[in-house]
Write a protein that binds this ligand. Sequence first.
Ligand code: CUA
Length: 354
Amino acid sequence: MKLRGLFASRSPMKLIIGATLLYFAAIPAAGLALASDSDQITNIFRTNSTPANSISNYSLLVLAICAAIFVTVATLLIYVIIRFRRRSTDDDREPPQIYGSSQIELAWTVLPVLIVLVLAMVTARTIADIQNAKAPPAAVHATIVGHQWWWEIRYPDLGVVTANELHVPVSDGAERRPTFLTLESADVAHSFWVPQLAGKTDVIPNRENKMWIEPFKPGIYPGNCAEYCGTQHAHMLIRVVAETPDDFQKWVAAQQKPSTADAQVKAGHDLFFANSCVSCHTIRGTEAAGKFGPDLTHLMSRQTLGSGVAPNTPEQLRAWVRNPQELKVGCFMPNMQLGDQEVDRLVAYLQTLK
Ligand code: CUA
């Protein structure tokens, strides 16, 4: 029987067989396509951190059990459809009917109950392992505040405040260094999701949600807001920068320093304070203590602008300062209507915030 014949056929039996074959072929094809993505793309199949690994192992187990059930049922179904199809030699009598067989009824009750029991126990164990995890002494603690449309990141124990790029140490053989996160929202509901590191956790106003991540390999793990939160929900990206403990320590030391005044960019500095920039942004080491927008003390240490909307290059920074509404329509930073020279001066000042 040719494959084309299966789909061109009007016979319901052939159509069912054709559809089943297609279904079987689609599963490995989709799996391969998803597993071969590059490192820079968020990918639930390439986990690299404790909670994500256990969730991934758990879902593969569930998938395997369900696949085994599917294969068994589909095979039996196809066998029955072919073996007991209508034949020209059939008479019109009804085949023998079976009622009240305790053996069959026990089989189709006990077996599913056992399967559901196994699934329920594995689920409960995975959830408990993740939720009851205790922070080891060397754990890092960070508070993430979701804003429309960016992430505020605070390390209360370290005195560091930044935005959109969460730096964490990796756990190596020598010491466990997980990062425990407290999630808060400044406005509406968001959801914090870095697929390679952990499951989603909602970020809810007037509530503190907890989660933790523990990457093992240094690298950049992209993630995003996973709860629709308004116009720029799609541009609310987060990057987790996992570093060796030494690199993380260096980053913390650099972030703890206040900004240093540079006489060469005084014109830009004065513009920042003469305009409403100062009422929304904090620059430690100056009087700027605004809380509405991201902390700019070490703006130039970040890789992106506008929560991942553009790379942090001089050209993009200039475009952002000139009119943020062009790069990120609807964001809460207004077009300040600055002239070319003013933009140049302001950008020159911002570029000293290393
Ligand atoms: Cu924040 Cu969607």
